[in-house]
Structure formats: structure tokens, C-alpha cells
Ligand binder design. Sequence first.
Ligand SMILES: *Cc1c(COP(=O)(O)O)cnc(C)c1O
Length: 366
Amino acid sequence: MCGAEQKYVNNAFKTNWIAPAGPNIDAFEDSLADFIGVRHVAALNSGTSAIHLALILLGVEHDDEVIVSSFTFCGTVNPIVYQRATPILIDSEPDTWNISPELAEEAIRDRLKKGKKPKAILPVHLYGMPANLERLTDISQKYDIPLIEDAAEALGSKYNGRHVGSFGIIGTFSFNGNKIITTSGGGALVSNDKKIVEKARFLATQARDKAPHYQHSHIGYNYRLSNVTAGIGRGQMEVINERIEKRRENFFFYKKHLSGKEGLKFTEEPDKKYYSNHWLTTILIDPAVTGVSREEIRSKLEKEDIETRPLWKPMHLQPVFKSCPAYIDGTAEDLFTKGLCLPSGSNMSDEDRFRVLDALNNCLEK
Ligand SMILES: *Cc1c(COP(=O)(O)O)cnc(C)c1O
């Protein structure tokens, strides 16, 4: 927390706006719209609910298919199943680790041949690295399939100078406790289309029709953000640029001090079009070169009280999604085997970072 959050939370108490409506929500939505460069924002209670509403708004229903990145957190894919639709899992491209445009297009062609047009393309900007939005936008237009961006991990990341989350017809964000800014739990659905965001707010508040009594002609959800926790988000937005700066600093620190090491690789911005918030600094460890596996390094660091984590385990390798159609070339599985998320908090001191570095160097030298 930066301090400003408390003031807005106190305001909610003082004014008695302890509800999923109120001035903190309005102000948080405005600051997000301003920052991301989109016209409309609906603040919600999680990133997962934002994705769920996005799918509903695009008409994804029972037996529909959605093209989605396999290399992601389950929060991207679960909402497809909430709609009783089928995730079509796509492997990663090696440079950004995000959905491979080639495999996505191959999958779309194959699904069309099988007589089914996918209802949406759902790429993820994983660890803050933008997906290849140029190619994905092209594919979306060429096949006339709408794009939803899961930008849960990528607030502040840009592609061609434009914020991710603003390319698709809908973008979604998360403010869960682990993300670059937080409302403890929360999310947002963003769009330049006013009707979409108005409908998202409607569905998120139990789809109450305009009537003096409670009248319902749609199934709704209780997905709105609280005005209390929106106060946290409002304060966090005052320091978003500093938070991005700190995350990027972590990345450049690790890279500077580890880039000479053989068998270690960083995910880097492939070219000038990409700007990552570097939410987490992630490395690949090639045990054939280093002589130690990702798991050996992780458990050694854990003994030193340094928490690191494997990368997301791809969805096509998860028991719950193993029967989903998948277009796979082995990239994500290889990333999962070799990859490690390093400590990347916005509050890391130089001393913290050098401690991680020394411990990591020790693992690599033995
Ligand atoms: C965190 C996250 C989500 C889900 O967000 P919640 O707010 O936790 O529901 C979805 N996709 C990705 C890639 C995430 O990292």
C-alpha cells in the first residue's frame, strides 16, 4: 500500500457508501479508463468474472468454441467452461510465450473445416509481456472472430505505444492481491463500446430491469466491486507508474547480473513495439547446460527462505482440461519444465535483490 488507499477507504466509511456502488467505484473506473486509454470501464469483483462477462456479452453459449492460450492461469479458461463452451487450447510462440498466431490460425481453419466457427479469440499477456497483437488483430479481422484480451497481468504494458486491453473488442484486468496493483480482490472489463460496458454493469448487478420493483428478464450475476475496496484501487492508481517502474527495475537488475550465465534465458521484449510491465521476472533454466534443474534450484532457494515458483502449468496438461481440443507444438511444456518466476515484488530493496542473486549464483556454481 502507498498510504493514499486508507483515505479513500475511510471516505467510504464516513459517507456510509459500504455497497457495490459509490464514488470510489466511479473514480476508480475513471482513472483506469484514463490510464489504459479506453472509453469505458466496469469495475468488477475479479478478473475471472470480467472474462466470464466478456464471453457472455459475445454470445458464447453451450457447445460454442473459444480459441484460448494454453499457457496461462486457469482463471482465463474456467469461464469458458462456466458457459458450457469448449476451450480450444493453443500453444505458445517462443519469443513472447503467448498464444502462437500460427497455431491459432491453424486451429481456426481446422475448426471451420469441422463445421464450427469459434466464437472468440482469447489471448493472454502473460507475466506482463504483450502477445503479438498485430498478428492477432489481423486474424480476428480475417476470420471475423472477436478478440478478448486477458490483460490480468499486464496493466501498463503496451504494444506499439498503445495499452494492452484496448486492442480487442473487450479487455479484462485483475486486481487480485498478487497483481501489479490490487483491490485485495477485484477486476475490470474495459471497452470502447459503451453498450458493452453498460450491459456488463447490468449483468454484474443481477440483471435488474428498469422498473420500480425487482423485475428480471435475464440471468444476472453478483459481480460488482465493493465501494470499500474500490477505495484501495483508487489509491493504488496514484502510484501505478512507480509500481511499473519498480517491476521493470527488478527485471533489469536480474538481467544485468545474470545475463552472462550460460544456460539461463530471460523473456525479453522481442522488439521496440513491445513494452512489458515485467509484472514478474521469469527465467528459463536449461539443465543440460547448468547441470541443475528448475526444481532443484527452486527447492534450494526455498531452504534459504526465498520463494520462487514454476511458471504456469499449461492447461492442456491439466487433468481437468485434458479432453479439450489442443493445437500443441511443445513450446509451453518446455517453458513449464525450465521456467522459474523470481521474487519480483514492487517493494524489493537492493539488499533483497542481491540476496536472491547470491543464492541463485550459489545454485548455479555447484
Ligand atoms: C489473475 C489472473 C486471472 C484471474 O483474475 P482473478 O482476479 O484472480 O479472478 C486471469 N487470468 C490471468 C492470466 C491471471 O493472472
